[in-house]
Design a protein. Structure first.
Length: 149
């Protein structure tokens, strides 16, 4: 059986705003069509009644048109997530390798994001020196911004 990575999903309060953030800050590109999903098949899949999902897939930077995507979906009804910290169980964060950590963090903040902790430099034994920071997108999802030095 052949396996390849397809996408990572973020459930958003405002999918258009969140998609714009990832396009403007990280250079993600829309992969049409926009999604407007509903119907019995979706209800069976999600175990929700009368589910409606709207959103889009974004091609991640560094990949061609057939590469993995960031799927940003908004449900008509959603369940709020408790405050998420870096050590919350489950999926923790998405990471982007960049040329300039400080400039990228400034763009994150300019586009409605925030920081989690401090920007640091460290050494990972057997791997090398790294410059990184954890940040949050406008909906509080955690992003690692990193560069290996």
């Amino acid at each position: 059986m052949h396996v390849s990575f397809s996408h990572t999903n973020i459930v958003a309060r405002d999918w258009r705003r969140l998609a714009s953030f990832y396009i403007d800050v990280f250079g993600c590109r829309p992969k049409p069509p926009e999604r407007d999903l509903s119907g019995a098949w979706l209800d069976r899949l999600t175990a929700l009644e009368a589910a409606t999902i709207r959103g889009i897939h974004l091609i991640l930077p560094g990949f061609g048109d057939d590469g993995p995507t960031l799927e940003i979906f908004q449900y008509d009804e959603h369940v709020p997530h408790p405050d998420k910290s870096i050590n919350t169980l489950g999926f923790g964060h998405i990471a982007f390798a960049v040329d300039d950590v400080d400039a990228c963090l400034a763009a994150v903040i300019e586009h409605g994001g925030s920081t989690v902790g401090e920007t640091v430099r460290g050494t990972v034994d057997g791997v090398g020196a790294i410059h990184l920071v954890y940040a949050r997108d406008p909906e509080d999802n955690i992003i690692e911004i990193q560069t290996w030095e």
